[in-house]
Write a protein that binds this ligand. Structure first.
Ligand code: URA
Length: 449
């Protein structure tokens, strides 16, 4: 659409199924950022995209326009700038181990994380449970910590991708959240504004994921990888299983405690290990820090087992105002709930199925997530020692342990947990933790797919 830019003409064109020119998409998003495009027009545009969809070139243009609506970080570091994004799950504390493990392997990780969304937990809420840790440092501190510790996990800043913040709020109240095109641009605009060289995506699939069905997860992974690569950031995605919580804990301080026990080697959930190492191997290969993903996985495993990742984690915590000995002494630092009880079950058998989403909702019910945006989170509450699929339970072998602010909420959460578990006679088919990969062959790899 050459000549004068009129938002309503671009909206009409998309409404009628046209493919938009990059210049029109840029003008529309630029107008949203500077206020010359109204919220009504943005809502109509979102609905037109929802129904008509976008092709890959349009998605790339939309993502870049949203990325460029604010500051785009530029780094001058002696190694590649790398990050991971997860589409969200329950007991998904991978970032807490992966960021320092990548840093220990020579990457620099400016990880800008979000708060809990829906039934899923957010990395930022988890880190808010660490006393003194500043999740919103100033830009100078953020840069210094990335340079010195190799990683910094912080919250979204106001100047990164502001058009996404506006459009996301509009989508939230106009029934246009569930658009593959808009989700892709929203996720990637924020990540790409952090100035990444490489990005590994963890697309969750199963009862605790936003994309419960494999075909939807595949489509999202394909879209994210295609657009990130199209926008100049090397990217690939792993599809990972979310038919049970990934860690054996769900809740904010409890997932930090689980991460500390993992980093120190005291207690490592095997599926969490597999996913963390797989994502790390992929990221190192994408970033050129390993010749292939298998070598990358071995390097990540070594960083974790040698304690080098734990050192980076403690260095990051200390530099952001938290304790410098969290990994070894987390019990001395993290807040604990006054009521801690086993969740017993009368049913005897093996765990056949877990409604992981319901388990995430039970954490919110305990106060560990938000029912409304303005709610305060109780960092102490949640579940730990959760029995995974195929584990034997019954009298004397509880489903897990609840941590609650009081006896009444503990009883409600215990009931919810019992409702989320189906106990059977036979061991179920347990999905592999890593279900598949989407992306170009990593640099240096032979084949792949
Ligand atoms: N997360 C985002 O940041 N944006 C979306 O649209 C969905 C999930």
């Amino acid at each position: 659409m050459a000549g004068t830019f009129l938002p309503q003409e671009v909206i009409r064109a998309k409404r009628d199924g046209a493919t938009l020119a990059g210049a029109d998409i840029r003008a529309l998003i630029g107008g949203l950022a500077d206020g010359s495009v109204t919220r009504e027009q943005a809502a109509a545009f979102a609905m037109a995209v929802f129904f008509r969809g976008m092709d890959m070139a349009e998605r790339v243009a939309l993502t870049k326009a949203m990325r460029d609506s604010g500051a785009v970080l530029a780094w001058d570091l002696p190694g590649p700038v790398v990050d991971k994004h997860s589409t969200g799950g329950v007991g998904d504390n991978v970032s807490l181990m992966l960021a320092p493990a990548l840093a220990a392997c020579g990457a620099f990780v400016p990880m800008i994380s979000g708060r809990g969304l829906g039934h899923t937990g957010g990395t930022l809420d988890k880190l808010d449970s660490v006393p003194g840790y500043a999740t919103q440092p100033d830009a100078e501190t953020f840069r210094r910590v990335v340079r010195e510790a190799g990683c910094a996990i912080i919250g979204q800043t106001a100047d990164l991708a502001p058009a996404d913040r506006t459009l996301y709020a509009i989508r939230d109240v106009t029934g246009t959240v569930e658009s593959l095109d808009l989700i892709t641009a929203s996720i990637l605009s924020k990540k790409l504004a952090a100035g990444l060289d490489a990005l590994v995506l963890d697309v969750k699939c199963g009862s605790g994921a936003f994309m419960a069905r494999r075909e939807d997860a595949d489509a999202l992974a394909g879209s994210l990888v295609g657009v990130a690569n199209g926008a100049g950031c090397r990217a690939s995605a792993l599809l990972t299983d979310m038919s049970e919580p990934l860690a054996s804990a769900a809740g904010n301080a409890l997932e930090v405690a689980n991460a500390c026990a993992f980093l120190s080697g005291h207690e490592i959930d095997p599926r969490l290990w597999d996913v963390t190492v797989a994502l790390g191997g992929e990221a190192l290969a994408l970033a050129g820090l390993a010749p292939d993903a298998a070598t990358g996985r071995a390097r990540i495993a070594d960083a974790l087992q040698s304690g080098r990742a734990a050192e980076r984690f403690d260095a990051m915590c200390r530099a952001l105002g938290g304790p410098g000995d969290l990994v070894e002494n987390f019990t001395a630092h993290l807040p604990t709930a006054p009521v801690v009880q086993d969740v017993a079950t009368d049913a005897e058998g093996v765990v056949a199925q877990i409604d992981t989403r319901a388990l995430g909702v039970a954490v919110i019910g305990l106060g560990g997530g938000r029912a409304r945006a303005e709610d305060r989170i109780d960092p102490r509450v949640g579940f730990d020692r959760l029995a995974g699929l195929g584990v034997s339970v019954g009298p004397g072998a509880p489903l897990g342990r609840v941590h609650a602010a009081d006896a009444a909420s503990a009883a409600r959460a215990a009931e919810a947990l019992r409702g989320a578990y189906r106990i059977g006679d036979a061991a179920p088919d347990i999905p592999e933790p890593v279900l598949g990969r989407v992306g170009p062959p990593p640099p240096g790899a032979n084949g792949g797919g």
